[in-house]
Design a protein around this ligand. Structure first.
Ligand code: DGL
Length: 276
């Protein structure tokens, strides 16, 4: 009996946040196989140094390659900001010249200017993403007239990873950061959730935002970007297998992961543990 081709699309995040991206990708491109890896045991990445984020991300990308992925999406802004360029330019040509790794910042910055009338855009992200200046630098390439205002929210990822975001105490932490951001420019009319964990906080964030402000989460944008990428790269597209499967790996606790991921996909998830 011939073996089915199994070359899933790899989706990586430091923890649960990338599930917000995977969900939208699967909606747009349901025919493919997907392999999700959450490095929950070592999250958060947001406060780690450039070198640490790069080392951890590369290790996870290699795991995904070993498991058959030809294409890996870094569904993590921090990893996209701090590790993607090095992996693409330095590592891939040596370890896997025919494989590809894509990030989430570029597809977001290509479009964001179209959403704003005032041309004042806010970015909420991890300390690592904000300090990297990736958003202001990339947005300036596509929309030079846009002004970018950033706010780092260091407690938000731990809140999501530890499932503490429904607690009433989380409200004041969320409000504080929204107020900080809006005080930098009351003209902000569009805010990027520049961390894939943050869409889980959408309802709370909206409570503290003026109604005219558009909140952009990246899932849909990245998913549409991937549809376009597949169209433009038929060879890669043919290399990704299509059996409609989803597999989940976590470096953390599988029982916790299954509860989180199950909520996302509305069905039971059985993740596997990955040890480094
Ligand atoms: N979801 C990751 C991001 O988009 C969170 C990084 C972290 O672990 O702090 O940046």
């Amino acid at each position: 009996m011939s073996q089915k081709q199994y070359n899933p699309i790899g989706v990586f995040d430091s923890g649960y946040g990338g599930l917000t991206v995977l969900k939208e990708i699967v909606k747009e491109l349901p025919e493919y196989d997907y392999l999700y890896l959450g490095d929950n045991a070592r999250a958060p990445y947001g406060s780690r140094s450039f070198e640490e984020v790069y080392d951890l991300t590369l290790e996870c990308v290699k795991q995904l390659f070993d498991k058959g992925c030809h294409l890996v999406i870094l569904a993590c802004n921090t990893a996209s900001a701090k590790a993607l360029r090095n992996i693409q330019q330095k590592d891939l040509p040596i370890i896997a010249p025919n494989k590809r790794v894509l990030g989430v910042i570029r597809p977001t910055t290509e479009l964001v200017g179209n959403y704003s009338k005032t041309k004042h855009i806010g970015v909420l992200g991890t300390v690592g993403t904000v300090l990297s200046q990736s958003y202001p630098i990339e947005i300036a390439k596509f929309f030079p007239d846009v002004k970018v205002f950033q706010e780092a929210c260091p407690l938000w990822v731990p809140m999501v990873e530890n499932n503490e975001y429904e607690n009433p105490e989380s409200d004041s932490i969320i409000k504080q950061h929204i107020d900080n951001l809006m005080s930098r420019s009351p003209k902000i009319d569009t805010i990027i959730l520049g961390c894939t964990h943050y869409p889980l906080l959408t309802n709370k964030i909206k409570k503290f935002l003026p109604q005219n402000v558009t909140l952009l989460s990246q899932g849909e944008i990245v998913a549409k970007g991937l549809v376009d990428y597949m169209r433009r790269h038929p060879k890669m597209e043919a290399n990704c297998s299509k059996n409609k499967s989803m597999e989940f790996f976590t470096t953390g606790d599988t029982a916790n992961f299954d509860i989180h991921a199950g909520k996302f996909f509305g069905k039971q998830i059985k993740s596997k543990h990955l040890n480094f």
